[in-house]
Design a protein around this ligand. Structure first.
Ligand code: PMP
Length: 352
């Protein structure tokens, strides 16, 4: 009966599946392995003491947007914050995507581009990446001419493959797209390349970023987008008034200002490169070069390897049922100790 009431676009969707398995090493969700510093906990305690939970948060997140403005080098009026960047992907659909519009995105990539497109009642079109998961820009441009998409998503570095798309290729797509081009830079800090400054020239360019990865605040749900004033203005029309709570706003501000994430990013980048070299030594494991905080690997019987890693206390991400990621697993870079433990566990599994 209730099923008869559900929107046709939603009735066949499945919940976002998260493996909540307790493991010694959690290396499945591209989070930061680091807790915040003692210093930051003191600041957080102060924030909590001064907070007024009975009062609504600043709907414009003014202080946080000012801090992001300084960090990203764009005026605050071209920035909007969201309850994670997921919230902003959803917001883009709400403001720009109508039933039967087409939305294109790379495949494989972050699954929520497709899901939010389906929820909007629009038509998702995945553009397959190449044999080594490289972006095929010509294929993207052909798809742009063929489908006239309302929104095109590019993810760089791409989750879960770790590769980037060159800036000149992004510009090529920008020059032919009539809808919005969204460049998801969730892993920007681990790679350093950004197209943020192109938002000055291209009013239809949107850059998405998050505090969930390099900044280590996945639990506080803070994301932001940078675009033109026109796009941001349209986004405000559909935004939930108080989409980001006051504690998350204040803490994200402090973390950004403290600059403490920089050292941690350097550490993860070094560990990523070390992990990649060590993975290359293991027979039967193919690893893909990454510019993010994770590495995609291919093994025979990924499900078996996934299960045996869990038995040994390591949780990585499996992609069971995804035709583009047959026999792939994604491992999030962790501390040196965890990475070494993972390598030894995988070596042992692969030698059986
Ligand atoms: N974009 C990409 C490419 C991601 O990998 C993720 C999280 N896995 C997100 C967006 C969403 O991040 P959040 O909602 O935590 O900001």
């Amino acid at each position: 009966m209730i099923r008869d009431l559900v929107r046709r676009d939603v009735v066949n969707l499945k919940n976002y599946q998260v493996h909540m398995q307790q493991c010694r090493y959690k290396m499945d969700a591209n989070e930061s392995p680091f807790d915040l510093s003692e210093d930051m906990y003191e600041k957080m305690a102060d924030i909590v003491k001064k907070s007024r939970p009975n009062i609504y948060p600043d709907p414009m997140a003014t202080r946080l947007r000012e801090a992001i403005s300084e960090y990203a080098g764009v005026p605050a009026d071209r920035i909007m914050v969201g309850n994670g960047s997921d919230d902003l992907i959803h917001g883009l659909m709400n403001s720009f995507v109508e039933k039967d519009d087409c939305v294109i995105y790379p495949e494989p990539s972050f699954s929520m581009y497709r899901i939010y497109t389906l929820i909007a009642g629009a038509r998702p079109v995945g553009i397959p990446l190449g044999d080594e998961f490289q972006y095929d820009t010509d294929e993207f441009m052909r798809a742009v001419y063929r489908y006239s998409p309302k929104v095109v998503f590019l993810c760089t570095p791409n989750n879960p493959t770790g590769n980037t798309i060159a800036r000149e290729d992004i510009v090529k797509v920008l020059d032919c797209v009539k809808g919005l081009l969204v460049v998801d830079e969730a892993y920007f800090e681990f790679c350093g390349n950004s197209v943020v400054e192109l938002t000055e020239k291209y009013p239809n360019l949107v850059v998405l970023r998050t505090f969930s990865k390099a900044m280590g605040l996945a639990g506080l749900r803070v994301g932001y987008m940078i675009s033109s004033q026109e796009v941001i203005g349209e986004m405000y029309k559909t935004k939930s008034p108080y989409n980001l709570n006051s504690l998350s706003q204040a803490i994200a501000c402090e973390v950004l200002k403290s600059g403490s994430y920089k050292e941690r990013v350097d550490y993860i980048v070094k560990e990523r490169d070390r992990l990649y070299m060590r993975l290359k030594e293991i027979k039967g494991v193919k690893s893909y070069p990454s510019h993010a905080n994770f590495i995609l690997i291919k093994v025979a019987d990924a499900e078996g390897v996934h299960r045996r890693l869990i038995e040994k206390g390591v949780l990585v991400r499996s992609f069971k049922g995804d035709p583009y990621l047959d026999d792939c697993l994604r491992v999030t870079v962790n501390t040196a100790e965890a990475n070494d433990y993972f390598i030894e566990a995988l070596k042992e599994i692969m030698s059986r």
